[in-house]
Structure formats: C-alpha cells, structure tokens
Design a protein around this ligand. Structure first.
Ligand code: ZN
Length: 234
C-alpha cells in the first residue's frame, strides 16, 4: 500500500499564517506589487501563497510610494521654475532708459532742436518772424529800414539757419536709427525668450500628461481591485 502523499498546508509566505479563507495564490498579485514584495522578502515566489492582510499592506505601501514620487516630481518642477526665475534676468526692460542714460549734453540738445524744428509751432513762429521782418522793412516803421528790399540780410540769416539745421537734424536722425536698432535687438531677445519659455511649458505639459497620467491610472487600477474584493466579500 502506497503511503498517502503528504499534502503541504498552504501558508502565507510573509507572515506564515494558514487561514485558508485569507490566502490568495501569489500569481494573482499585481506584478508591480510582486516586485515590491520581492524587494523586501527575497524568498517570495509566485508559486506560493500570500494572505489578504499582507496584500493590503503592500498595496498601501505601493500607493504611498507612487504619491510620494509624484510629490517629489512636482516640487522639483517648482524648484526648476524658481531657479529659472532666479537665474534669468527679465529682458523686457525699456531700451529708451538705457539709451538716454549715455547721452551727452550736445546730443540731447540736438534731439530737442530736431523735435522743435519739426513742429507746426516752429513753422508758424518762423513764418510770423519773416512776415514781420518784411513788413518792417517795406513800410518804413523806422526812419531807415535796416534791411531794405530785396532783404539781403534776411537771406543771409535764412542761409545760416538752413546750414546749421541740416547737420543737427542728421545728428538726431543718426541716433534715432541707433535707437531703432536697439529696439529691434531687444524685440529679438524677448521673442527668443518667449519661444524658449513656451518650449519649456510644452515639456512640462508633456511630462504631466505622460508620467502623472500613467500613475493615476495605476492608482485607479488598485482602487478597482479593492472595490472588486469588497464586492466579492459581501
Ligand atoms: Zn501573511
């Protein structure tokens, strides 16, 4: 007569409990959980048993671990933003202040003169002076007109003003061009920075979509598992 083979009583690989109702086959444990258990208990194999209490414990540990890495990643993102804010100076400064700071007295005078010469006020005032000059020298307000017809002195004065006006306006125009160049360079810098920031934001959004979504789905999976277990018990 053959000896009846000894049936090994199933026990939990972690705590060693042998209540049949509480035991699950280890192959039913989620692979990520199995890895976690294997890390702590090197002897854990898929071909054994594990009790419900231990599954709950490791499930809890795993979700906590997920949430902690999530938290760590969010705080590292925040750190990155803070660092970038600290390192990168704000480029959107007013280029005019930089330009006006280095101006000499003569350059400022030239600017003001060019602004004055290009106004309606200057044209009306100058026309008035010319008309008064001509009237005074035509209808003999004084005993002797100081510049009789054909107003040679007036011609000389006008020629002198024109000769001086041209280089002063050119001086002012040259600086206007320099200001335009500075504006263009600043615009380029701001555009470049905006482009880089947008790329940075894209990367952040991609990161959120890829990693956090994955983790949320995993946590939801575990929750569904728990719900199913509760359902089966009732
Ligand atoms: Zn156990």
């Amino acid at each position: 007569m053959n000896k009846k083979p000894l049936k090994i009583k199933p026990t939990c690989q972690i705590c060693g409990c042998d209540q049949r109702r509480e035991l699950y086959h280890a192959s039913l444990v989620r692979p990520v959980l199995a890895d976690l258990i294997h890390n702590e208990h090197g002897s854990f194999v898929e071909d054994g048993w594990i009790c419900n209490k231990d599954i709950q414990k490791y499930r809890h540990q795993y979700v906590q671990h997920l949430l902690q890495t999530e938290k760590g990643e969010i705080s590292s993102l925040e750190q990155e933003v803070i660092d970038s804010l600290r390192q990168q100076e704000i480029l959107a400064t007013n280029p005019d202040t930089e330009l006006f700071a280095g101006l000499t007295f003569g350059q400022r005078m030239a600017d003001q003169f060019a602004q004055l010469a290009g106004s309606w006020g200057f044209i009306f005032t100058f026309s008035g002076v010319l008309v008064i000059w001509i009237i005074v020298n035509t209808i003999n307000v004084f005993k002797q007109p100081f510049d009789p017809y054909p107003y040679i002195l007036l011609n000389l004065v006008l020629s002198c003003i024109a000769a001086l006006q041209a280089p002063i306006i050119m001086m002012s125009q040259g600086r206007q061009e320099a200001r335009d160049r500075l504006h263009a360079r600043r615009d380029y810098q701001v555009n470049l920075k905006a482009e880089l920031e947008i790329r940075h934001l894209h990367q952040k959004v991609d990161h959120l979509l890829m990693h956090q979504w994955e983790r949320l789905v995993e946590i939801q999976d575990i929750q569904l598992e728990l719900i199913n277990e509760i359902k089966n018990r009732t």
